[in-house]
Write a protein that binds this ligand. Structure first.
Ligand code: MG
Length: 391
């Protein structure tokens, strides 16, 4: 029986993880759940999965949750970052699913690593902000990180049984998002409502906007850089609108291995839970003859500058990754609130990066400081952009 704690249990990855766990009650038990603010969903999860430890992001939410649970369930409810850390390091847990969205996941994820738990990682921002530190910690605590991000899961799968030194290139595929064929002028006028309709993958709001700007792929390039310890010039992105090949690894003899399936996040999640085994499921299988063709082309970094910014952030001094990420989180939120336009998302990130003096990140406190600086700077840039708009 594998015991599991989930950080971010009410989000897209969290709820799908729980569905898989529910299908294999003889293999998995939920021992810890942490959620940001969705206490209604969390209370249902607690009733169904009966965790031993629970955390929410504030005392006010803890009171709300308690109300929803009484009189049937009496469970201590932990709060704030300290509560998230307790769930992440809970002694009974064998595996921690890190599925919070944004850099807020960094500290609990790091705590899980330091307590020696195996980590199923969906929170890519953690690696973007402090990839070097996180991977160093994983090495020194002997922790295996199994990626949940579909591209990284694909790469992880096709690396099995291969020698690391034989890898010549990672090729990340990207669906290209819903605005793949929009010109610059059309991109400018995209509304949040349009951007939230993703044609292929069904996901949470933040990642859906990131997919539309191609920043999601940029974050994934950085994630891959740290997770697989390869320099940026060995990581390539190719647009593949059908999302059937989830990524590829090219080896030194010219062989390229790919992992394929219909796009469904339940597959990489279940792989991360069961690794090195695989779980049987009822997901539709791939019919290549029905699909007919798979297509590929180069991403256009002129129309989608976010991808170029992500590559630019991968310098010797790694703090630009945290700046890119913090500024992106602020800009995406401002876009969803209609404070900045779609094309201004990348502009906010670029301007924030321009104002930063890159430096090495020595410890987590350092990473958090850069993250806070980036948010503050990006917020100022958003305010200035708002002032220039007719209201
Ligand atoms: Mg992905």
């Amino acid at each position: 029986m594998k015991k599991i704690s989930i950080l971010g249990s009410t989000g897209f990855i969290g709820t799908n993880t729980l569905k898989i766990i529910a299908a294999f009650p003889e293999r998995y038990k939920v021992v810890g759940l942490a959620a940001g603010s969705n206490v209604a969903t969390l209370s249902e999860q607690i009733k169904m999965y009966k965790p031993e430890v629970v955390a929410v992001s504030s005392p006010a939410l803890a009171y709300k949750l308690k109300d929803l649970l009484t009189p049937h369930i009496n469970l201590p409810i932990l709060v704030d970052q300290a509560g998230m850390i307790e769930v992440a390091t809970y002694s009974e847990a064998d595996l921690v699913v890190s599925a919070m969205v944004g850099s807020v996941g960094l500290i609990p994820t790091m705590a899980a690593i330091r307590s020696g738990k195996r980590l199923a990682l969906a929170n890519k921002e953690t690696l973007v902000v402090a990839g070097k530190l996180v991977m160093e910690a994983a090495r020194s605590y002997g922790v295996e990180i199994i990626p949940i991000d579909s591209e990284h899961s694909a790469i992880f799968q096709v690396l099995q049984g291969q020698r690391k030194e034989d890898v010549s290139r990672l090729i990340l595929t990207a669906s290209g998002g819903p605005f793949l064929n929009h010109d610059k002028k059309q991109l400018k006028n995209i509304t949040p409502e349009e951007a939230l309709k993703h044609p292929v993958w069904k996901m949470g709001k933040k990642i859906t906007i990131d997919s539309a700007t191609l920043m999601n792929k940029g974050l994934e390039v950085i994630e891959a850089r740290w997770l697989f310890n390869l320099p940026p010039e060995c990581i390539q992105v190719v647009i593949h609108p059908q999302s059937i090949i989830h990524s590829m690894v090219e080896y030194c003899d010219g062989s390229t291995l790919a992992q394929m399936s219909l796009p469904d996040m339940r597959l990489p999640i279940s792989y991360a839970l069961a690794y090195p085994e695989r779980l049987k499921n009822d997901l539709a299988s791939l019919n290549l003859a029905n699909l007919g063709q798979l297509t590929f082309f180069e991403p256009d970094v002129e129309r989608f500058p976010a991808l170029r910014l992500a590559y630019q952030s991968l310098q010797e001094e790694e703090s630009l990754g945290a700046v890119l990420n913090g500024a992106n989180e602020v800009a995406v939120e401002a876009f969803l609130k209609k404070q900045v336009s779609f094309s201004e998302i990348s502009l906010v990130i670029k301007k924030s990066m321009d104002r930063h003096n890159p430096r090495n990140i020595r410890d987590i406190e350092d990473a958090i400081e850069v993250d806070a600086w980036a948010r503050q700077t990006a917020n100022k840039i958003v305010e200035a952009l708002k002032k220039n708009k007719p209201s």
